[in-house]
Design a protein around this ligand. Structure first.
Ligand code: CO
Length: 133
């Protein structure tokens, strides 16, 4: 079952510059920073109450986030919904004809994740995540 918004992810050109606003100006704390070579991005995760904000900087122009910024500029990249049973929710959505980017859950930054295609969600890239804990 889908429980809450786990995080909102924002595509940025320069992570350090973005942190000057989200960390220093807004005063949010960074609880994780990681480079994901396979995804072609550098990420910082900031805590905001029970949710998080992810800042995503592409490692180059020819990466998914790099192409996103090229097409649409910096800004909202995806919204992540937390589920307590990603296998069941993904199977249910598939059965309801929702267009998926990931046919099966895979390992992501926050646990097991999958993405739904914006064509099925009114233009927003949606991630489902089942955190490890
Ligand atoms: Co995410």
């Amino acid at each position: 079952m889908i429980r809450k918004i786990h995080h909102v992810a924002i595509a940025v050109k320069d992570l350090d510059e973005a942190l000057r606003f989200y960390r220093d100006t807004l005063g949010l704390s960074v609880h994780e920073q990681a480079t994901q070579e396979d995804q072609g991005l550098k990420a910082a995760v900031l805590t905001i109450g029970e949710s998080e904000i992810e800042l995503l900087e592409p490692l180059g122009p020819d990466t998914p986030v790099g192409r996103f910024i090229e097409r649409r500029g910096e800004g909202l990249h995806h919204i992540c919904l937390q589920t307590d049973d990603i296998d069941k929710d993904l199977a249910d959505l598939k059965a309801k004809g929702v267009e998926l980017i990931d046919q099966e859950p895979r390992q992501g930054l926050v646990g097991r994740i999958c993405f739904l295609h914006p064509r099925s969600t009114k233009g927003v890239l949606l991630e489902l995540a089942q955190p490890l804990d």
